[in-house]
Design a protein around this ligand. Structure first.
Ligand SMILES: [Zn+2]
Length: 66
């Protein structure tokens, strides 16, 4: 399997309760993430609470942070 820039990736945000990255329910490509408007909510798999986030809080799992 080859990873490409056009493969949808899980959208991650920081859990405000644990400080750990958690995945949201969304899987997007980078242009779709940048095009998001407004707030989204999901149930956190780390702490079980509902977190709200917008695109400025999020990044794609496939993205390498150096
Ligand atoms: Zn959480």
């Amino acid at each position: 399997m080859t990873a490409t820039a056009t493969t949808p990736a899980r959208v991650l945000v920081l859990c405000p309760s644990t400080g750990a990255p958690v995945s949201t329910v969304l899987k997007l490509r980078e242009p779709a993430l940048q095009a998001l408007r407004g707030e989204y909510a999901f149930r956190c798999e780390k702490c079980g609470e509902i977190h709200r986030w917008s695109k400025d809080d999020a990044w794609l799992e496939a993205e390498r942070r150096r």
